[in-house]
Design a protein around this ligand. Sequence first.
Ligand SMILES: NC(=O)c1ccc[n+]([C@@H]2O[C@H](COP(=O)([O-])OP(=O)(O)OC[C@H]3O[C@@H](n4cnc5c(N)ncnc54)[C@H](O)[C@@H]3O)[C@@H](O)[C@H]2O)c1
Length: 447
Amino acid sequence: MTPSSPTHSTKKTAITTLGEDRHMHSSYSQFRWICALGMGIAIGNVVIPMSYMEFAPHNNTFTHNQHMRYSAGTVSDKYKNSKSANTWEELVEQKQMFASQSIPTPAAPVAMETPKLSSKERKKIMITGGAGFVGSHLADKLMMEGHEVIILDNFFTGQKTNIDHWMSHPHFSLIVGDVVDPIHLEVDEIYHLACPASPPHYQFNPVKTIKTSTEGTMNMLGLAKRVGAKILLTSTSEIYGDPQVHPQKEDYWGNVNPMGPRSCYDEGKRVAETMMYAYKHSNNVDVRIARIFNTFGPRMHPNDGRVVSNFVIQSLQNKPITIYGEGEQTRSFQYVSDLVDGLHALMNGKYGAPVNLGNPQEFTVAEFATTIKEMTASKSEIKKLEKTADDPNKRKPDISLAKQELNWEPKVSVKEGLAKTIEYFRMVLLSTGEIIPTGPGASKPQN
Ligand SMILES: NC(=O)c1ccc[n+]([C@@H]2O[C@H](COP(=O)([O-])OP(=O)(O)OC[C@H]3O[C@@H](n4cnc5c(N)ncnc54)[C@H](O)[C@@H]3O)[C@@H](O)[C@H]2O)c1
């Protein structure tokens, strides 16, 4: 495990490695510049007031000391009465000045300002899998509320680019580590997301996927029990398997094949739910369980082989849009900000049994392919491939429990969410060039 928060004694190291970061992220930095120049006020999903947008120069002869002076100088412009820090020691002395904002870096050239909460209001919140698609958006929400966020991630499918805008914020810590290893920390809440979510990635090493869901969940529950933290598990609609009940309600027990290619994920999550239940009843741990239905949005892994990312990437490149089977199977898709709001409402409410979080708007896969093709004005043809094993025929959440218990329902329409996702992948393609989407078989995440 490598704690790499710049907030503690590692601060000097974090600053002196900036040169390396700049080279590692040069293409992504270009992407950020394009985003920043195009949109003016946004990085990822975090909107920054214009007054805080101060860009660091891209200059390969920029030395570490110069970088320190530049960062301190830009920040101190906001604090007209503070003296600017020219040395490392002065920077440490004036730490208070940075207490609620990041130091701009070449990889994230915007000072990320967050609200100042009193130490009583500010919670220490751990997100396992926080460098992934959903976890990084959740981190944005919790950081923007002024909490301290600790991310634990093994970077199997997570990407540093999803979180690098927080790397130099004093309330943010990254632990590169695996949930299958026990960890000792003091936290108030744990959002336990760590687990690859796309079929090609969770099938790449099924035994590891099972360990992540079982040993990993056991470890996180042990931590929650020791420190008295609330814990939320991101379970999945996959626990309903190929459902014989439509739409799916939380009291449906599911129709899961225990021996198929998807079972490492489906059964792993089912056991994880059972563990949550056992710790709640035997050890009084305060648990929350979200059963998440298909979710999409910016920061999805471009090679995760999921419906939305594949269709958008294929359409934008005018490559064949590949559907498995006749495309008559149905799916419902929710936009990521709705999911993050639902997870937050669940954690902060009192309801301790499983809750579906999804958008009930249902599409056939073929309809969805046509919608994306039209929205991207693509010349792609739609190509039918062989149906994959155990692919569910119908999937649609009944969300009446979430409405009743959490006062939650999705706000973003599928088309609105798709428009944002298409723009995101357009930027990714601009910065990376060609992307060949992952097919149906097991595969290692490719960056
Ligand atoms: N996105 C969806 O449509 C969806 C649907 C249902 C459930 N979920 C659940 O939501 C959670 C997040 O999904 P996502 O879409 O962001 O997936 P993702 O693959 O983008 O994120 C998962 C993160 O967990 C990390 N991780 C994986 N194994 C780990 C381990 N052993 N130790 C530490 N970190 C590990 C990965 O590196 C990655 O950062 C997952 O638990 C998933 O099962 C997602």
